[in-house]
Write a protein that binds this ligand. Sequence first.
Ligand code: ACO
Length: 429
Amino acid sequence: MKKAEVFIDGKKSVDLPILTDTMENQALDIRALRQQTGLITYDPGFGNTGSCQSQICYLDGEKGILRYRGYAIEDLVEHCDFIEVAYLLIHGYLPNKKERERYSQLLNRHSLLHADMQSFFRRYPENSHPMSILAAMVVSLSAFYQIDLEEDPELQIDLTVTRLMSKLRTIAAFSYRKMKGFDFVNPSHTYSYCANFLNMMFSSPVVPYEPNPIHVKAMNKLLILHADHEQNCSTTAVRLVGSSEANLYAAISAGICALWGPRHGGANQAVIDMLEQIHNSGENLSKVIERAKDKNDPFRLMGFGHRVYKTYDPRAMIAKKTCEEVLSAMGTSDPLLDIAEELEGVALEDDYFKEKNLYPNVDFYTGIIFRAMGIPTNMYTVMFALGRLPGWIAHWLEWHHDPFERIGRPRQLYMGPAVRVVPPINERE
Ligand code: ACO
């Protein structure tokens, strides 16, 4: 095994092993560093920290490669539906025909929500953000569908995984119906996973509704694009909460909360808000780019930049193509797509964006597809969560079976006061 020698003040202190992964990337194993030298590593934002060994997702940010369990994202989007990809992420292999059918039946069987849970929804204010409902309802599943510790633990985990996969879709659709003040529509065994979701969202007692196959196909593609992305913020949240041995529902709820922020999954909503604002104000695109570059202006070009991708995000490439295909198949257009494409062109020609390798990320074009499907802006991050769920589950399961699993607990550099004595209250300023 290769080793790195660490010298402190010119004196050799420790040999650290160098680990190599499947793709020949190398990592310094620093586990013995503190014990042998007293030093910790400092890496705010974990930009250079490998927190686990994983077999789920591979991405190369320099080359723009993304693979789930070894399969290229382009291949999966072209040849699989979301449920097959979810199965792949969770079980490690693509299902055969029989397994695929059995999985659909299982998801169908677990898709209903406990009637008392439905009454929960009714108490939320009309203007609640659906992500707050989603996070709260998912953690509430642990009260309604308790994990029986007397039973075979692996069977219990299987059941929890299936319930989550199926019920998150129902919860997501119900959170929309609540927002609109509509009655809930229960899942139906006659529909596929995505068609079922669209039916629960848009079915109406007064206007006939049948899920549009163009929307069903687009939704499958979008969910696949979002299904996993290795150790991102929300997945890390799921692993971290899971590492305390909190239950799977609690860990997934934490992932949903982490996803909500505009720097992460909330960016798809922020992109549409930004494009609408440009459209309504008629603001010159060069001015928008100037604002994004101005360090005194908090504005950033939403849907641009990525911690890992230093080239075009492969998911953004597929989303852009899908967006054009969906609008063309529907025989419609969207001025926001024209603005987005023009904005991308201006940004990619700009020296600031070139030097910092800022390219469109997955969120730049996906909102325009959701818009074409009639999904409201504040549901976009919910759609992202639906897609990311199998990835979160796969990472929780991987952590659960990892022989090296320990509670996640980083260290810090303490920069506060050294020691202070509490003064009596009347002597305090
Ligand atoms: N617009 C303008 N400048 C940007 C942008 C942007 N969208 N993104 C990064 N930069 C600049 C930063 O200001 C920084 O400049 P500096 O070096 O002069 O200080 C430099 O590029 C590096 O950016 P960081 O913020 O340090 O990069 P980090 O890896 O920490 O953040 C992030 C990545 C959060 C995605 C960032 O690019 C961003 O905020 N983008 C906009 C929000 C967005 O689209 N988020 C979705 C990401 S994809 C996902 O989570 C699904």
